[in-house]
Structure formats: C-alpha cells, structure tokens
Design a protein around this ligand. Sequence first.
Ligand code: GTB
Length: 217
Amino acid sequence: MIPTITAFAHSPDRGRGQARDMRVRWALEEVGQPYDVRLVSFEDMKQPAHRALQPFGQIPTYEEDGLVLFETGAIVLHIAERHAGLLPADANARARAISWMFCALNTMEPPILDRQVAIFMEGNESWHEQRLPKVDGRIRDRLGELSIRLGDADWLDGDFSAGDLLMVTVLRRLNMSGLLRDYPNLDAYVTRGEARPAFRRAFAAQLAVFTAASAGD
Ligand code: GTB
C-alpha cells in the first residue's frame, strides 16, 4: 500500500522546503517509495480527526497499512528501516547513523529552532536585540563542533544516510541567516544534500503545492 503523508495546504515558507514534510518526502524519494499527500489547512490540523493522527495538531503524519506515525524522526527511521538506501547494513554503522539522526534533532535543531522563535515570536520584545546574539552564539558553538567533526568528508559517517538527511534538513533552516557561511564545509555539505536527485524531486513536489495554491488564489 502506498503511504499517505500530510502537508500544509498553504505552507508559510512559500514552498522553500522548510516545513517538516520535506524530510519525509526526501526519505521516501531516496528509497524509491511512491507516496500520496493529503493537504491540510491550519484549521483541519486542529480538528479531532487530524489530532487522532497527530496529537499536537501538526504536520506531517504518515499512514501506511493501518500504521499511523507522527514525529519526523520516527517517520524517517521507519522508512529507513523498511527500505534499503538510508541505513548501512553493518549493525555498528547502522547504530552510528541513528546516532546522527538523534544528533540532528536533539543537539543541532534546538538552538536553530530557538533562533526562529526569537525572530518570529519575540521580534517585538524589548530584549530581542540582546537575546539574538546569545542565541546565535549557541548555534555557532554547535556549528563549529559539527564542522570539525565533518572535516573534509562528504557525509557524517561513510555513505549518505538518514543521519545526513535529517542533518541537512536541520542545517538548511539556517539558509537565510548567513550563519553557515562561516563554516564552508557545512555550507558545502548542505549544498551536496540539496543536489541529490531525491532531494530535488521532494523539493519540486512540495513547491508544486505552493504554486498550485497561488494559481488558485
Ligand atoms: N516534532 C514534530 C516533528 O518533527 O514531526 C514537529 C512538527 C512540526 O513542528 N510541524 C509544524 C506544524 O505543523 C510544521 S513544520 N506547525 C503548525 C502548528 O504547530 O500549529 C515547522 C515549520 C513550519 C513552517 C516553516 N516555515 O514556514 O518556514 C518551517 C517549519
């Protein structure tokens, strides 16, 4: 059965691939699994029918053969475990790739999300100008450490894995910030991820939703 995911009917990022359905689309494209998409409005997302799939009223969700999943990390891991191409066969290498998945979501993403909160939700606060440099400092600390670990490798641990997929989606949230420019190997790492044919197909699919919605406006 073809899995169905949910995505924004009207993504606030105007199709720049920043909403989290992008990770799931990319993972499905990497493994060659076709999928259906059910578009939901902000209102739909908060209704009981959607909350039955995603208790927090968010996208994306993943439905397949009676299985319902939420949380992009769990969804990408599920896809990677059931298809070849996103996790190494060797058990230790596989465990390390999963460590990088958690690292992307638990170590790298929180300070990056904090920056978005600072800009979009706290921009009018009197203390915003003092707080933002502190937030950026915490992001730079993490970027510096990750940059040292990546060195001149193409991917974080051998071949491209689900760890790289999540890490690239997390780092590209900084695309507009200019922060990545100070870490040329991370900047190139993100560009390398975005150049993968599967990323491009996923990006085009989510952009098409925005383009179609705009044409209908
Ligand atoms: N931890 C969950 C997961 O990883 O699945 C988080 C899911 C989540 O944050 N979903 C967001 C959502 O549904 C969309 S992706 N938000 C609506 C709500 O909470 O009411 C986050 C997101 C949204 C928009 C942009 N953007 O416009 O740039 C980027 C990222």
